[in-house]
Design a protein around this ligand. Structure first.
Ligand code: 6R9
Length: 654
């Protein structure tokens, strides 16, 4: 059993899950890996020198004087240094003779609708867009809201802002007019860039009406720049200008000015559990340093031969850091896909992997579990032998989903890197290195070189191996958020007040007997059963390890006997039938895997789970169901009909 940290009054997270599988790096990959185990020692010996080396991967017009200035909790990195992010992502590749190299293979959702942009194409497009923004009155420091589908103009618009030093705020295209308006207001954006619509599940899906509704109440917005993507009718407002009218006629030349390393690059809103969304602020030099370094290290990117595909939406931080800034800074060739994985058929992702010979794939556990549910026979139809590294991000990956991903997508040959990070951290913080780490399914393993993450008890003491508690970061890192836009106090309160001098991301974690890290979900979701803190992740992973289960979500519901009792919601795999004894089977399976303490009180078979638009399970709503309350705020829910489907299952919950 896990030893309890000495002197700890409250229970640390119970360490229940045992996992003995290991996957060593393939010998060939290890032999040619970009980063070897020496990086850990180097970074430990001199952390700042390590990050200086990483910053030297970029082109600086003026080198920095001081690497880090740390007035806790406010950090500045590479002080005095100057660079231009767009120059680093685009121009320098062209100047160094890589202009004809493909930056993006863009695949629209309608089949056959594709575009290829080389670095030279991207340079021309970004320059034209930059000149258009200038014509529309955008200057350095101004805020620009971007509300777009996954089309090439989205990264182009972001890079045009970065080039000028205007601060972009990308708002995910699925958000409502109210959400868009509050984000435009909070950042006081003067320009909105959007499109008539995008393709979603085989149909054009309008965006412009939402923008019209939001902008009607935002007098500070001077112009709305609209890309024509679907050709849907749009109401022409006085502030509207078409991208093809304004951008297309601009000069393809623009000389990038250097910006200070600490000039803001972008704001990205992240919805807290409650209350007003937080505008996470990222700056220039440190952010680009860490996104570029981690993209190179974690994916072992070989820019000359790899084809990299991150399936996230650019509207989330994963898209910002690992579709736009990291890969472009590294001169990678990427795939961007506009649509959903089941359009026009459930093999679309694998068809894309086969078509572009994708070598590096980065996706989310929610997608992997969906593919598991759809069945092994679908990926089996495609040739995916090009793949060499697989990544996961967004939620803890259940060991069973990890093993499925490795086997059915990665041909049992590709390492899987489970990457832990947040909008706030800007870049990957904890992850295996594909050429170094013998990975364990479900574990994010170790902090990357240069990152000092730890697990502490509720007094802030480091827990020994085998213990569980709270994830913290002890030292500042280059791509950390600098503050919450316009609200330093909220920044201090949210991230730096729980533990003295440490960054608290809000996640629970454990150290296994080898000292490797396992992420256990948001601490708000942890359950307290008969005095034991039990992680939702571990119980969910135990459920998913049953051959009939594709996905599971568990919550703690008030219980007169145990304080809280575990209530589980499960989705069965494609071929599995719901039988009378499934609940008993699953309860016994959990008891056998984790111990009787983790045995769910109830199991409900449901057709869907409530998820955020970025695919994270919303346990809060399931807690409402489990405790027979009316269901709380559903505005961030991806599909509003899901809760009805689940409520229909309720009688059996009694
Ligand atoms: C990149 C991103 C951040 C939260 C984070 C954590 C969860 C992300 C994870 C993971 C376990 C992983 N999370 N990656 N949990 N293992 N590999 O997702 O950013 O949308 O801000 O979410 O997502 O709970 O705190 P963001």
């Amino acid at each position: 059993m896990a030893p309890e940290p000495a002197g700890n009054e409250t229970q640390a997270l119970s360490n229940l899950l045992k996992e003995n599988r290991r996957f060593a790096p393939p010998a060939e990959l290890a032999a040619a890996a970009n980063v070897t185990s020496a990086a850990y020692a180097e970074a430990t010996a001199d952390r700042l020198a390590f990050w200086e080396q990483a910053a030297d991967r970029l082109t600086w017009t003026k080198r920095w004087d001081t690497t880090l200035e740390w007035n806790p909790p406010f950090a500045k990195w590479f002080i005095g240094g100057e660079l231009n992010v767009a120059y680093n992502c685009v121009d320098r590749h062209v100047e160094e003779g890589r202009g004809e190299k493909v930056a993006y293979h863009w695949e629209g959702e309608p089949e056959g609708d594709t575009r290829t942009l080389t670095y030279a194409d991207l340079q021309r497009e970004v320059n034209k867009a930059t000149n258009a923004l200038l014509e529309l009155g955008v200057r350095k420091g101004d805020r620009v809201a971007i509300y777009m589908p996954m089309i090439p103009e989205l990264p182009i618009a972001m890079l045009a802002c970065a080039r000028l030093g205007a601060i972009h705020s990308v708002v995910f295209g699925g958000f409502s007019a109210t959400a868009l308006k509050s984000r435009i207001d909070d950042a006081d954006a003067k320009l909105v860039i959007t499109a008539d619509g995008g393709y979603r599940r085989g149909k054009p899906s309008a965006l412009k009406p939402t923008v019209d509704e939001a902008v009607a109440e935002c007098p500070q917005v001077e112009h709305v720049l609209v890309v024509r993507r679907t050709g849907q009718d749009v109401a022409a407002g006085d502030k509207d200008v078409w991208w093809h009218d304004v951008v297309e006629r601009q000069s393809e030349e623009h000389t990038a000015e250097p910006h200070d390393a600490e000039d803001p690059l972008y704001i990205l809103y992240t919805s807290g559990t409650t209350g007003k969304p937080k505008g996470i602020l990222h700056t220039t030099g440190g952010y680009l340093t860490q996104t570029a370094y981690t993209h190179n290290a974690v994916f072992d990117l070989k820019p000359d031969s790899d084809i990299y595909w991150c399936t996230a939406d650019i509207g989330w931080v994963t898209g910002h850091s690992y579709i736009v800034y990291g890969p472009l800074a590294n001169g990678a060739t990427s795939v961007i896909y506009e649509g959903t994985p089941d359009t026009p058929h459930r093999g679309r992702f694998w068809e894309i992997v086969q078509k572009y010979q994708v070598t590096l794939l980065y996706t989310a556990p929610t997608a992997i579990r969906t593919f598991m549910k759809w069945g092994d026979d679908i990926p089996a139809k495609y040739d995916m032998s090009s793949l060499r590294v697989l990544g996961s991000v967004g939620e803890p990956i259940n060991p069973e989903a990890y093993v499925w991903y490795r086997e059915h997508i990665g041909g049992d040959r590709c390492p899987v890197v489970d990457t832990w990070w947040q909008t706030e951290t800007g870049a990957i913080m904890i992850s295996p290195l594909p050429g170094v780490t013998s990975a364990k399914p479900g574990a994010a393993m170790r902090p990357l070189p240069g990152i000092s993450a730890d697990v502490v008890d509720d007094q802030g003491n480091s827990v020994p191996n085998g213990g569980g508690g709270f994830l913290v970061v002890r030292e500042p890192w280059p791509s950390m958020l600098r503050t919450i836009w316009g609200d330093d106090q909220r920044y201090i309160d949210t991230y730096w007040s729980r533990f003295d001098g440490m960054y608290f991301p809000g996640d629970g974690a454990k150290k296994d007997d080898d000292g490797d890290l396992w992420l256990l979900g948001r601490v708000d979701d942890v359950m307290l059963v008969s005095g034991h803190n039990i992680s939702t992740t571990e119980v969910e992973s135990a459920l998913v390890s049953h051959p009939k289960v594709a996905e599971a979500a568990v919550v703690g519901a008030t219980d007169p006997v145990t304080g809280q009792a575990i209530v589980s919601f499960v989705i069965l795999r494609g071929s599995a039938e719901e039988s009378d004894d499934i609940a008993t089977d699953l309860r016994n399976h959990v008891a056998k895997t984790l111990g009787p303490i983790a045995k769910p009180r109830q199991i409900l078979v449901v057709p869907e789970l409530p998820k955020t638009r970025s695919g994270k399970i919303m346990r809060r709503l399931l807690r409402d169901v489990a405790e027979n309350r009316s269901i709380g705020d559903v505005t961030t829910l991806a599909d509003s009909t899901v809760m009805n489907l689940i409520s229909e299952k309720l009688p059996s919950a009694k």
